[in-house]
Design a protein around this ligand. Structure first.
Ligand code: BGC
Length: 260
């Protein structure tokens, strides 16, 4: 397989998405695989599935693993919608041991943002870009002139006395049977708070619900321009693969510098 075709994995609270991504063209080359997240979603249960997908797709080279948690220096630091056994767990290291190749472990919204900034809705956009993913939780990714500020976790910003994701995530929309008008009223309120605090130049709406963007785009209101994630529900998978490529290039540059 071409060394520019890499596996991207995007673990979510309800499903694990996977696909081979041509990182030169910024496109998936296999249909997106969607596997239910095991319950309980312990590290070993999740990573055995990831290793199985890697084998099944015959992937080679580094792998990107996007995960719904703060990932600080390779270690999961929070576990809002996954098993608490992930707290303090080095998920990339473990998957790397299972498959025998390097793994880049990053936050899922940061991965989606990397896809959009590199080759999607925010390609070439300067200034402050904020991507929000609406799914089981709300993920956020913040970029300044294309550079990521990792782990922003704005889904946990206090909003009407609780975490914002308990009010405006796609899961809440389903659980409370909100129609798009009701859900967008909540999202608009949330975007207004974010606008007041960050003054972004662009909001990108991502997550699975972005696939239906045309049904509710007229209901979304903000002084900031709003775009749909160009990669839709695939953004995490594509961004994870981009992140794996970047990590590989960084490692290669560091080892080249180390040679006397
Ligand atoms: C998690 C974030 C994640 C988001 C979307 C939140 O509950 O804390 O890390 O990016 O859900 O999955």
């Amino acid at each position: 397989m071409a060394d520019t075709v890499l596996l991207g994995l995007d673990v979510g609270g309800s499903s694990i998405k996977a696909g081979l991504v041509d990182v030169d063209r910024g496109q998936t080359v296999t249909a997106l695989q969607v596997i239910p997240t095991p319950s309980p979603s312990t590290p070993e249960a999740v990573l055995q599935i990831c290793a199985g997908v890697d084998r099944q797709l015959g992937a080679s080279g580094p792998v990107g693993l996007a995960f719904p948690s703060v990932i600080q220096h390779g270690v999961a630091r929070t576990a809002a919608n996954v098993d608490h056994a992930w707290l303090g767990f080095a998920g990339g290291e473990r998957l790397s041991a299972l498959i025998g190749r390097p793994v880049e472990f990053i936050n899922d919204a940061d991965a989606a943002g990397i896809a959009e900034v590199t080759a999607g809705a925010a390609r070439g956009v300067r200034g402050v870009v904020m991507l929000l993913t609406f799914g089981t939780g709300i993920g956020s990714a913040l970029f300044i002139d294309g550079e990521l500020v990792p782990n922003t976790e704005l889904g946990h910003m206090e909003f009407h006395g609780v975490d914002a994701e308990r009010i405006a995530s796609a899961r809440e929309r389903t659980a409370e049977r909100l129609d798009y008008e009701q859900w967008c009223a909540r999202v608009n309120d949330y975007l207004a708070r974010l606008h007041a605090l960050f003054w972004p130049d662009l909001f990108i709406i991502g997550g699975s619900i972005s696939e239906d963007f045309e049904q509710y785009r007229h209901l979304l209101k903000s002084p900031t321009e709003i775009r749909r994630a160009a990669y839709g529900a695939q953004a995490g998978v594509v961004g994870a693969a981009f992140a794996a490529l970047r990590a590989q290039r960084r490692a290669a540059a560091a080892s080249a510098r180390a040679v006397p």
